[in-house]
Design a protein around this ligand. Structure first.
Ligand SMILES: CC(=O)N[C@H]1[C@@H](OP(=O)(O)OP(=O)(O)OC[C@H]2O[C@@H](n3ccc(=O)[nH]c3=O)[C@H](O)[C@@H]2O)O[C@H](CO)[C@@H](O)[C@@H]1O[C@H](C)C(=O)N[C@@H](C)C(=O)N[C@H](CCC(=O)O)C(=O)O
Ligand SMILES: Nc1ncnc2c1ncn2[C@@H]1O[C@H](COP(=O)(O)OP(=O)(O)OP(=O)(O)O)[C@@H](O)[C@H]1O
Ligand SMILES: N[C@H](CCC[C@H](N)C(=O)O)C(=O)O
Ligand SMILES: [Mg+2]
Length: 487
């Protein structure tokens, strides 16, 4: 049991009712997860309002309620406290509950439309190579050193986040690299977290369904930098149109990276091939296993972060050249001369980058066959744009399902098709079943051709109408290429 007052340390309360000298058990913001003597924090969500579940939380055993507005009926044996931002309060309370874990290790958060998982994972792999104990919080997985903990979100909710960091501290981690999604920033999942630094990769079209306008989306990302403390660093991509905007109001030390504009961390691409990248960084020529110009940016972000955290430049470059990168990001499988690339490109910008990279590393007359879909219950405006990019930059395209979620798969596909130029209809197919779509690409491919399977990367399931079915692009394409080309 803990003292309620300790959990409320630094939370600005606007009013209180009842006994504040209480001992409490745990903390919850979901009434379904409340146990005896817990504090329940009522949060206004996108679907429902947590304030409607205060009664239920009390029935489940909550003895303290933190809320923005008091319920009409207050009970004698319950303590109530009001706050102006329940989500902000939740983060601070979670940090207090777990005894401020983020002040016991160095945390760097990475934000941006694309490249968060890649950058955070490269940092994790680099620091592991350098012999540190390291934590990772990412879309693909969370890690405490070698231990893998399944990930449900790109950035976990405030309570799970503080608990995870506390486990990292317990395991002896000195560093933690994490992704900060724009949803997480707006929903204050990072409230109460002490950061050593934040990195901005880039910003392009995504999530307009949630943020409403591109300006609001930019503001969400910028909030991460606005809230950094003075002793942290803010590292931004100088080549991104919005890179400098991120640093406008930060108190942190401003640092930049880039390939084009003047920057603190600069590189020149010497070789960009299907085998990897050769970069000139500060006069040193180094090979990396990652492919494509966009990965040169990710590498620079990682290099800059490590140097700003106090590592020695040469050591960083030497170790970084060994690391494999994140799963499902430009994963290359070659069978019987056909190369399949599985990539998590699920935004217009990412798809364009990956296809341009493939165009750039093509050596002869290979065909590029792209299999791509768009997720359901997500930003609809990207659908026609992604189909257009796929047809513009590929020889043949198979439009298929991604995770249709609750939407009708064919309705999503019709929205994608609307972006295809009529002159490209002949080389564009629509096959709803993703496995059949991959199979068609494998049948169409001749030796030396390249198949790009975009959108799902590391995912091992397909979500259709609330059900997650086992589905792994990498396994399926391997099996089909072997069946079609090796038998
Ligand atoms: C749209 C969105 O971001 N939703 C997130 C949000 O939930 P919400 O606001 O919709 O919650 P709600 O269902 O309205 O409920 C409001 C409150 O009532 C409580 N409640 C609800 C029901 C009940 O019976 N009792 C109860 O107490 C809930 O616990 C909650 O506190 O807060 C929840 C807790 O943190 C998240 O799990 C949930 O993520 C949903 C599942 C989700 O799919 N989120 C995606 C879009 C997301 O966050 N993605 C980003 C990555 C995006 C990217 O960059 O690619 C991520 O960080 O993963
Ligand atoms: N720096 C970058 N700039 C543009 N595109 C990139 C960059 N890095 C990776 N990509 C492309 O974007 C895809 C997603 O990359 P990654 O998973 O690293 O991004 P993310 O920001 O974590 O995405 P999410 O928002 O889904 O968590 C990759 O599969 C690749 O195609
Ligand atoms: N973090 C992203 C992942 C999208 C991946 C794609 N496969 C999809 O399902 O749309 C999101 O939740 O929007
Ligand atoms: Mg990610």
């Amino acid at each position: 049991m803990k003292d309620l007052k300790d959990i409320l340390y630094r939370v600005s309360l606007t009013a209180t009712i009842g006994n504040m000298d209480k001992k409490v058990n745990g903390l919850a913001f979901d009434s379904r997860k409340v146990s005896k003597s817990d504090v329940f924090v009522a949060v206004k969500g996108t679907q429902v309002d947590g304030h409607d579940f205060i009664g239920k939380a009390i029935l489940q055993g909550a003895t303290v309620i933190i809320c923005e507005t008091l319920p009409t009926e207050v009970l004698d044996h319950i303590t109530y406290a009001t706050v102006s931002h329940a989500t902000k309060a939740l983060g601070i309370m979670a940090s207090n509950y777990y005894e401020s874990p983020s002040s016991k290790l160095k945390i760097v958060a990475v934000t941006g439309t694309n490249g968060k998982t890649t950058t955070a994972t490269l940092l994790y792999q680099l620091y592991m190579e350098m012999g540190y104990q390291v934590g990772l919080i990412s879309t693909v997985e969370n890690r405490i050193n070698e231990q893998v903990i399944a990930s449900t979100h790109t950035t976990p909710d405030a309570l799970s986040l503080q608990e995870l960091i506390q486990k990292m501290v317990e395991a002896g981690c000195t560093h933690c690299f994490m992704e900060a999604s724009s949803h997480a920033i707006v929903q204050e999942r990072l409230s109460g977290l002490k950061l050593m630094g934040a990195v901005f990769t880039n910003i392009t079209h995504d999530h307009l369904d949630y943020h409403g306008t591109f300006d609001e989306y930019i503001k969400a990302k910028k909030m991460l930098f606005d809230r950094l403390p003075k002793d942290a660093f803010a590292l931004t991509n100088a080549d991104d149109k919005r890179g400098m905007v991120m640093l406008q109001n930060t108190q942190a030390t401003k640092q930049t990276f880039g390939l084009r504009f003047p920057a603190d961390f600069k590189a020149k691409i010497l070789t960009n091939s299907i085998e990897g990248l050769e970069l000139d960084i500060d006069g040193k020529q180094v090979w990396f296993r990652m492919i494509g110009e966009f990965n040169a940016y990710n590498i620079l972000a990682v290099f800059g972060t490590a140097v700003l955290l106090g590592e020695e430049e040469e050591e960083v470059l030497m170790q970084l050249s060994k690391v494999p990168g994140a799963q499902g990001r430009f994963d290359k499988i070659t069978i019987a001369g056909v190369t399949a690339i599985v990539d998590y490109a699920h935004t217009p910008d990412a798809l364009e980058n990956v296809l341009k990279t493939i165009q750039g590393v093509r050596t002869g007359g290979e065909q590029v066959i792209t299999v791509v879909g768009c997720g359901g219950n997500r930003d609809k405006t990207k659908r026609p744009i992604m189909a257009k990019i796929a047809t513009n930059l590929s020889d043949k395209v198979v439009l298929t399902s991604d995770n249709p979620r609750d939407e009708e798969p064919m309705a999503i596909l019709r929205e994608m098709e609307a972006g295809v130029n009529p002159v490209d209809f002949k080389r564009t197919m629509v096959i709803e079943d993703r496995r059949e779509a991959i199979k068609t690409a494998c049948v169409l491919a001749k030796p030396s051709d390249i198949i790009l399977i975009a959108g799902k990367g590391h995912e091992t399931y397909q979500e259709i109408k609330g059900m997650k079915h086992a589905f792994d692009d990498r396994k399926i394409v391997k099996e089909l290429l072997n069946l079609i080309h090796n038998s």
